[in-house]
Design a protein around this ligand. Sequence first.
Ligand SMILES: *Cc1c(COP(=O)(O)O)cnc(C)c1O
Length: 371
Amino acid sequence: MIKFLDLYKINKRFEDEINEVINRTIRSGWYLLGKEVSSFEKEYAEYINVEHCIGVANGLDALRLVLKAYIELGRLKEGDEIIAPANTYIASILSISDNRLVPVLVEPDLMTYNIDPFRIEEKISHRTKGIMIVHLYGQNAMHPEIKRITEKYNLILIEDNAQAQGCRYNERPTGSIGDGSGNSFYPGKNLGAMGDAGAVTTDNNELAEVIRGLANYGSTRKYINDFKGLNSRLDEIQAAVLRVKLKRLDSDNQRRREIAQFYLDNIKHPEIILPTSMTFVECRLDHVWHLFVIRSKNRDKLKNYLEIIGIQTLIHYPVPPHKQQAYREMNGYRLPITELIHDEVLSLPISPVLEQSEIEQVVEAINSYQK
Ligand SMILES: *Cc1c(COP(=O)(O)O)cnc(C)c1O
C-alpha cells in the first residue's frame, strides 16, 4: 500500500537526533518559554528572513493572534471586513470570525487555486481593513495586483503560510511578504512537529511585542497584564524537534519539487487536469508542493479505483467553508469556482520519503485508469 503520507517514515530519518534533543529537554527541567523556543524562534526568523518569530501553540492561533494584536493596536475593530480566499482550509476563515471580524470571500483563480487577484477590488467596501492571502497547497499566492490594492486602500496584509514553509515570492520567503503571517507546524505540514505547534512571523516590532504578550495571558512582564490574552505557547520539546527538522526543510522541499515534476511530466490522461506551476507575466509563482492536487470530473470514482489498487489519496477539501454548517450565514453564497474545485480535487501522495518506484506506480495506475 502506498500511504498518502507516512509520518513515521518522515520522522524516522531524524530518530537519533530527535531522541537526543528530547532527552536534553527533559533533563533541562525547563519545559516552557526556554532556550529551545528562543533558539527556534531565532532560527526560523532567519529562515523566513523576518525580524520576529513568536512561537505559539498552533497555526490557527498564529493567525488569530495577528488579528487580535491589530485589534489591540486599534488598527482593527469588531465588524471590520477582511478579504480572504473562498477556497481555503477553514482555519483561515475561523481566525477572522473568532475575532468578530467579517470574512469577505473571494473566488480563486482556476489555474492556481489561490485567491484571484483580479476579483479582490470589487469586494472592497468602506469597512475593508485587510486581506488574508493563503499560499494554498504550497504555492505562493502573492501577486503585484494584491500589492497595488493593499497600498491603494491602506489595507493590512496577512499571510496564511501554514502550507508553504520554504516557498518564495520574488526572492522573498512567503511568511515575510505581509504585515504578519501565521505558520503551522502541524505534523503533516512541510515543516511538521510531533504534535501541535505554530508561529507568527513579522517585521513589525510593535505587533510582535503585542502578540508575545497576548499569547502569554496578555502579559509582557510577569504578573502584569496589559491585555486580555490567551495561553498559546510553543513548548520546549516541540521547538527542539522543529530545530532538528528545519535544517532539512530545503532539501525536503527540493525532493517534493522533483516528485511533482515527475508527476507533471508523466501523468497523461484526458480526464485529469494537472496543477499548473505557471508564470504570471510579472512574477514567478514558486511552489513547495505541500500537496499535489489534480482534478477529475469523476473524482470519487478515480479515488476508489486508486484505493483498490493500493494507492491512498485524500481530498483537500471536500466541503468549502461557505457550505459548512458552522457558517450557515454563508450557505447561500454563489461561489461556483470554489464549489467546482471542491467537487473535483484529489491529492496524490507526495512527501520527501516517497520512493521512486512508488511514484512510478502512482503514474502507471493513473495512466491506465479507464473512466
Ligand atoms: C493547517 C492549516 C492551518 C491551521 O494550522 P494548525 O496548526 O492545524 O492550527 C491554517 N491554515 C491552513 C491553510 C492550513 O493548512
